[in-house]
Ligand binder design. Structure first.
Ligand code: FAD
Ligand code: NAD
Length: 464
């Protein structure tokens, strides 16, 4: 068997693994990256990017239909139609360009990429089996685990045929007439809303009593309103019992007898689980934190020189967390004094309206025993929002009462995803309400609602 020796071996070419490898290459660390599927991992190939492409296409289609039905803006268009096969080709084109771009960046950083599945022999030896050709044994000084996650499968709704995970939902050959979505979390609502905008009848079955149960109710209310307005039918506090093509999805709730929801496709989106089995990881007997690999603030596992980042290390399972951890590991291996201790990790749900959460919510701050003030500014009072027909939602700030240190930002509304950068920077830089209130925000922009929320928390908002 061919053998390679390197200083750093990265298993997994997702946002965690490829960023770690690029940074390591920049720092002059001899690095090999192994990827079994496509560079870019879940995020780029079957996650963040394709989902946002489909969401955008669905949004544009819905806008066109909206304009066709009596536009207040004076736009006159004929009833539009959608060629979903072309939509999927367009989405695939973006994915291909980005995945190729990751390959180019890795080459530029001097990283050697091995295509194939890695099997861990021990903490310093990995065998890589390519789809074709000879296996390669890689010996390394440092082993970085970045194998990501995969969808959770429900035993009574196994994937296959009409029952799909997000991967299938992102590459439809045709649109179903009736889609049942199981799980009203990130994926269920982002994709459920997109399918509804594409003209599909959508019903959502959620075990909890609310949608997006991870977010507070004030924040999710505008999303709930939009779901209801768009005709998505919600079945909250329900569990699924099974599916057959004739009857559809059988559902049980505490309030009603078992009932069936007709469906010609079922999207199961009930969470993701870390990829920790099937490639020899168990043999290392690493300390685990539940089902995740346990790591310290430098992403070290319990075995010396074995590191782990991204979804296999737990929540939040977000691409930008994986990337930030990847940079930290590369820099620590290069001898720098780095730790992964962010003040806040932004979370954005790309529903319509979008939801952004950075830092602590008022409830979380109170639960932590902090005496805080919070204030919200509605987009209904923002000029830019009016010109965008996007007056639903608000920006909310949470700050300590004593010194006005900002602890958290939340927003819900059209386009608020782009405010996440300002929110996170202000918290990471230790800004106080006065810092944001005293910063000139360009007019007319949605960002003015950020300044106004800070002003309102100080008791002197101008535009409300
Ligand atoms: P992954 O991206 O999962 O990459 C792991 C890689 O390792 C994979 O390419 C896999 O093939 C490879 N691999 C695994 N085992 C082996 C092995 N033994 N040998 C070789 N290769 C191996 N996050 C966001 O921040 N924003 C979003 O908008 C967002 N949208 C999402 C939408 C969907 C539909 C999904 C499913 C996820 C979304 N996420 C989003 C989550 C995001 O995709 C993940 O948090 C992120 O991809 C995790 O990165 P990672 O590097 O840890 O793992
Ligand atoms: P999720 O954890 O966001 O939501 C899962 C939902 O399914 C929850 O509301 C849960 O109560 C519900 N549920 C669980 N079991 C159920 C059952 N048996 N029947 C009915 N409902 C059930 O998980 P997801 O939507 O699968 O997404 C997985 C992860 O991917 C997310 O947690 C997030 O980390 C990542 N993601 C992020 C984004 C983003 O950042 N915009 C987008 C998509 C995915």
């Amino acid at each position: 068997m061919k053998e390679i020796t390197t200083k750093l071996l990265v298993i997994g070419g997702g946002p965690g693994g490829y960023v770690a490898a690029i940074r390591a290459g920049q720092l002059g660390i001899p690095t090999v990256l192994v990827e079994g599927e496509s560079l870019g991992g879940t995020c780029l190939n079957i996650g963040c990017i394709p989902s946002k492409a489909l969401i955008h296409a669905a949004h544009e289609f819905e806008r066109a239909r909206h304009q066709a039905h009596g536009s207040p803006l004076g736009i006159r268009v004929q009833e539009p139609s959608i060629d979903i096969a072309q939509t999927v080709r367009w989405k695939d084109g973006i994915v291909k360009r980005l995945s190729g771009g990751v390959g180019a960046l890795l080459r530029k950083a001097g990283v050697q990429v091995l295509k194939g599945w890695a099997h861990i022999d021990d903490g310093k030896t990995v065998t890589v089996r390519p789809a074709e050709g000879e296996a390669v044994r890689v010996r390394c000084e440092h082993l970085l685990l970045a194998t990501g996650s995969e969808p959770v499968e429900l035993p009574m709704l196994s994937f296959g045929g009409a029952v799909v995970s997000s991967t299938g939902a992102l590459a439809p050959e045709s649109l179903p007439r009736r889609l049942v979505v199981v799980g009203a979390g990130y994926i269920g609502l982002e994709l459920g809303m997109a399918y509804r905008k594409l003209g599909v009848e959508v019903a959502v079955v959620e075990a909890a009593e609310r949608v997006l149960p991870g977010y507070d109710e004030e924040l999710t209310q505008p999303v709930l309103d939009a779901l209801e307005k768009s005709g998505v039918v919600l079945h909250l506090g329900c569990s699924v019992q099974g599916y057959d093509a004739q009857h559809g999805v059988r559902v049980r709730s505490a309030r009603a007898d078992e009932f069936a929801l007709p469906a010609d496709r079922v999207l199961v989106a009930v969470g993701r689980k870390p990829r920790t089995t099937g490639f020899g990881l168990e043999s290392l007997q690493l300390d685990m934190a539940g089902r995740y690999v346990a790591v310290d603030a430098q992403c070290r596992t319990s075995m010396r020189n074995v590191w782990a980042i991204g979804d296999i290390t737990g929540d939040p399972m977000l691409a930008h967390r994986a990337m930030a951890q990847g940079e930290v590991v590369a820099e620590v291996i290069a001898g720098q004094n780095r730790r992964f201790e962010p003040m806040a990790i932004p979370a954005v749900c790309f529903t319509d309206p979008e939801v952004v959460v950075v830092g602590r919510t008022p409830g979380e701050a109170r639960a932590a025993g902090l005496d805080c003030i919070d204030a919200a500014f509605p987009f209904a009072a923002n000029g830019r929002a009016m010109t965008l027909e996007a007056t639903g939602g608000f920006v909310r700030v949470v700050a300590r009462r004593d010194n006005h240190l900002i602890l958290g930002w939340q927003a819900v509304g059209q386009g608020v995803a782009e405010l996440a950068a300002a929110f996170t920077q202000s918290i990471e830089m230790g800004a106080r309400l006065e810092d944001v209130a005293g910063t000139i925000h360009a007019h007319p922009t949605l960002g003015e609602a950020v300044q106004e929320a800070a002003l309102r928390a100080l008791g002197h908002a101008i535009h409300i």
